[in-house]
Design a protein around this ligand. Structure first.
Ligand SMILES: [Zn+2]
Length: 311
């Protein structure tokens, strides 16, 4: 049991023992998290008691605050979080999923016995919330959407201080290696492998090709004093609530930045037969193979800027 959970339990017992006339709240009634005009609505499982609802609420508050390190807002102005209780022991957040609709809903299956720190240490919620940053229809070229969510789950956790810069790059490098090792469908293009994931099972190649796409895009934007953070803000402002294909999203970004970079790279990646070369990307950023940092590298300043929220 975590410190927070044991604290909650202790204070619950202490209050109950202090006086029989002090009523212990039988329901924790908060079902919304607000930021300016934005609202997240929470649906708790019926099985949760008041303490578990409060714990889940605090956890979602912290996740949504961490998400604000991207561009200062929640990824969408209105969305719903549906929580379900896990019946499996040993896994903190065994399942998460985004259901596209009006509004979009994030389903998270959680184990409240993990406590606040245990829940925060799990990446699933960071990943699922990050999916909301793309106004994506939910099918076709899912590598683009999975790549964005996997990239930002790491960026957001690092910016929120849940792990340091070196751990972040260790996770990215390890992921690229796993993606590179998914070789069973090396005769097929990413587009086919991605669109037939149930058959191909090349999840690592699909996810990590997408992460590399967005990392390269982010670096290219930052070379021109822009950033993917702010591109996602513009995308939210123009298109949240829409259900666009991956191709429509990259074309929108092209038009926004008066470039063809997004679609040109998209074509390159979806036609790739293996995870494109990530080593030169990491090396230019000053991330060495042994995970030390070379601050003389050409793009070392860009590497450091990735951990900063936009000003
Ligand atoms: Zn995902």
């Amino acid at each position: 049991m975590s410190n927070v959970a044991s604290y909650l339990k202790r204070s619950f017992v202490a209050v109950a023992m202090a006086s029989a006339t002090v009523a212990v709240p039988s329901a924790f009634a908060e079902t919304t998290i607000h930021h300016q005009q934005q609202t997240i609505t929470i649906d708790y499982p019926a099985s949760f008691d008041a303490n578990e609802r409060q714990l889940a609420y605090q956890w979602l508050q912290q996740i949504s605050a961490a998400l604000q390190t991207v561009h200062g807002e929640f990824p969408q102005d209105q969305f719903q979080v549906t929580l379900r209780e896990s019946t499996r022991h040993g896994s903190t957040v065994p399942w998460g999923q985004v259901k596209r609709g009006e509004p979009d809903t994030v389903l998270l299956v959680i184990n409240p016995s993990a406590g606040l720190q245990g829940l925060l240490a799990d990446w699933t919620a960071f990943h699922e919330f990050s999916h909301l940053m793309l106004p994506y229809r939910g099918y076709g070229d899912i590598w683009l959407s999975e790549g964005l969510a996997t990239y930002y789950q790491n960026i957001v956790q690092a910016r929120a201080g849940l792990f340091d810069e070196q751990t972040m790059w260790q996770r990215l490098q390890a992921g690229f290696r796993r993606g590179e090792n998914d070789q069973r469908w090396a005769h097929a293009k990413l587009e086919q492998v991605s669109d037939n994931l149930r058959e191909t099972r090349q999840h690592m190649r699909v996810h990590w090709s997408g992460v590399l796409y967005w990392l390269q895009i982010d670096v290219a934007l930052r070379e021109q004093d822009h950033s993917l953070d702010l591109a996602l803000k513009h995308l939210k402002d123009c298109c949240q609530g829409q259900q666009l294909s991956a191709w429509q999203i990259v074309r929108k970004l092209d038009r926004m930045y008066e470039t063809t970079m997004f679609s040109t790279q998209f074509e390159l990646f979806r036609n790739s037969y293996t995870l494109p070369d990530y080593r030169h990307v990491l090396s230019a950023l000053g991330v060495e193979e042994n995970l030390t940092f070379n601050n003389q590298a050409q793009q070392a300043a860009i590497r450091k800027s990735l951990l900063q929220s936009p000003r």
